[in-house]
Design a binder for this molecule. Structure first.
Ligand code: NAP
Length: 256
């Protein structure tokens, strides 16, 4: 059986494909390592791991490092003699110590099922055509859509990912705490705010931030903005930073 999927459109073409007997060691049993090992196994590959730091490195075709970025160089050094290709899954780290990278553009807590990869983007890169083809094939085998990111752009690309996930959470956590200060219990606050968050994201996906922006800054209701700021308590610095960014969006010409 050859790993394959009949999912969404793919963004890159490749000429080679990985044989189903390809052996892959997933190194690092953290949030992504466990999910990735399950998904690669489901895709039909021979997967060892996720391997913990105390486990010996087996001899395999591919070693896939799912360790913190700071550990990639050291773990790659250990894996190198045992694998034909060494890859990492880091968004920000260049390819200095590995042959390829596959970065799934999603957040993983560790309990996800293999279909979490279906239809998501996966940034792929390789130091050789063979290594790049391997990264693309792994992405496709998982059901993801591979796309390329140059080494020089990786930090910028990963900053975009952090703005899309980590910093959204920082804003949502402030919202939850302010709602709580307004007398709405935290659980209820998340439930009440969720439709607003989802619609905002849907509108942004459909037409970008300028078209999606509503609220007092977009309306020019400066007295309301000042009252909100005064009521923001411990979040005033965050309010100010986000207000600057929001004013910049509001000042943009609408393109649609
Ligand atoms: N989680 C995500 O949402 C996500 C999304 C896309 C990409 N990634 C990428 O995935 C990689 C791992 O991230 P993560 O979120 O899964 O981190 P994590 O939950 O902190 O897991 C990292 C794992 O690596 C292990 N480890 C560290 N040094 C090791 C070594 N020398 N040998 C074997 N295992 C070692 C850690 O073990 P100990 O606990 O024993 O230290 C831990 O289990 C990073 O490159 C990250 O950029 C993560």
């Amino acid at each position: 059986m050859r790993p394959s999927h009949s999912g969404p459109r793919i963004d890159m073409q490749t000429t080679s494909s990985l044989a189903p007997e390809t052996t892959i060691a997933v190194i690092g049993a953290g949030r992504l390592g466990g999910v990735l090992a399950r998904a690669l196994r489901t895709a039909g590959y021979q997967v060892l791991g996720p391997l913990r730091r105390e486990q010996a490195m087996p001899t395999v075709d591919i070693a896939l490092l799912c360790v913190p970025d700071a550990a990639i160089a050291a773990v790659a050094f250990v894996a190198r003699p045992h694998a034909r290709l060494v890859g990492h899954v880091s968004g920000a780290t260049p390819l200095d110590d590995v042959d390829f990278s596959i970065h799934p553009l999603q957040t993983f807590a560790g309990s996800e099922t293999p279909d979490v990869f279906h239809g998501i983007g996966a940034a792929v890169a390789g130091r050789t055509p063979d290594a790049l083809a391997t990264a693309e094939q792994l992405a496709r085998g998982l059901g993801a859509r591979p796309f390329g990111v140059d080494d020089d752009d990786r930090a910028t690309y990963h900053a975009a990912a952090s703005f899309s996930s980590n910093f959204v959470l920082a804003a949502l956590d402030a919202a939850e705490q302010l709602a709580s200060e307004a007398g709405i219990p935290a659980d209820e606050a998340r439930d009440r705010l969720a439709p607003l968050v989802r619609r905002t994201v849907d509108n942004w996906v459909a037409g970008g931030a300028r078209a999606a922006l509503t609220g007092p800054i977009a309306r020019g209701d400066e007295a309301t903005v000042a009252r909100q700021r005064a009521a923001s308590g411990g979040f005033q610095d965050l309010f100010d930073a986000l207000a600057v960014a929001t004013r910049a969006i509001a000042a943009r010409e609408e393109t649609a």
